[in-house]
Design a protein around this ligand. Structure first.
Ligand SMILES: Nc1ncnc2c1ncn2[C@@H]1O[C@H](COP(=O)(O)OP(=O)(O)OP(=O)(O)O)[C@@H](O)[C@H]1O
Ligand SMILES: [Mg+2]
Length: 258
């Protein structure tokens, strides 16, 4: 059943001199609890699309529906994780995780206990009183995940959250993230440039093309790959077949835009 529906979304950025046609008639149907990846070249509108879903940006045209109703601002609907962790360097890890309730004036014992429990879940309880600079990149992203989960978002938007990490840490974090998202039953949308990451993590992949940004291809990841962990998925023959198919498509799109 469709949970989040994007109907015919188009977006233009205007200024005095230019008009950029960033998105062209994007329609997507996302199931509750599913993991969707948006894959595509730089400038194809991935971040623009996430900003529209996050309601940070009003699309020029089109509608967003959640469970059949127009998507309106709702408390704790969206959690957004970016490439940079944006932890406050002068605050400890536990204080960073508690920043949402603190800003809203809702920091109480229950929230503090929730933060501690989330830190334990992401394996960082032993560094709760340390500062971000004392942690590795992977640990900082896990702290950022705990901070995002603190508000219990229904939909998680992930804009290249692993791309600044080394390959080993990225794989570890992919496995970890899938476990967390499955446990908390989040509906997740990941933006990535990495074909392997998209296949290993997703139920659905949308391959986008640029100028203007549009959906070029929808790929449903086969069940045999989907049910495996991101590391095991990478060893499956169907993973390699899909990788080749997507790689060729991206190459063709690249040549068309040159
Ligand atoms: N605030 C803005 N003002 C004007 N143009 C913008 C703005 N933000 C993005 N664009 C343009 O819209 C298009 C889509 O940009 P967007 O950032 O969504 O792409 P992307 O797929 O996320 O790229 P990347 O992979 O590099 O992050 C690009 O042509 C970009 O230059
Ligand atoms: Mg982007």
């Amino acid at each position: 059943m469709s949970y989040l529906k994007l109907k015919d979304i188009s977006h233009y950025y205007f200024n005095e001199k230019h008009c950029t046609h960033a998105l062209d008639h994007i329609s997507l149907s996302i199931e509750e609890g599913s993991f969707t990846s948006l894959l595509g070249p730089s400038g194809c509108g991935k971040t623009t699309l996430l900003s529209i879903i996050a309601q940070l940006l009003q699309p020029t045209e089109g509608d967003l529906l959640l469970a059949g109703q127009p998507l309106i601002e709702q408390k704790n609907l969206i959690g957004y994780m970016l490439q940079q962790d944006y932890l406050f360097p002068w605050k400890t890890i536990i204080d960073n995780v508690c920043i949402g309730p603190k800003i809203r004036g809702e920091l109480n014992e229950a929230n503090l206990n929730k933060a501690k429990s989330l830190l334990a879940k992401v394996g960082l309880d032993h560094v709760a009183s340390k500062y971000p600079e004392q942690l590795s990149g992977g640990m900082r992203q896990r702290a950022a995940l705990a901070r995002t989960l603190m508000t219990d978002p229904t939909i998680l938007l992930l804009d290249e959250p692993f791309s600044a990490l080394d390959f080993q840490t990225k794989l570890d974090l992919e496995v970890f993230m899938i476990e967390m998202l499955t446990t908390y039953q989040k509906t997740s949308i990941l933006v990535t440039h990495d074909i392997g990451e998209a296949i290993a993590m997703s139920d659905h992949i949308y391959l986008m093309k640029t100028n203007p940004g549009a959906i070029h291809l929808h790929i449903k990841v086969p069940d045999q790959v989907r049910k495996l962990s991101p590391i095991e998925a990478r060893k499956h023959p169907l993973y390699h077949e899909l990788f080749d198919q997507i790689w060729k498509e991206m190459h063709t799109l690249d040549n068309q835009t040159k």
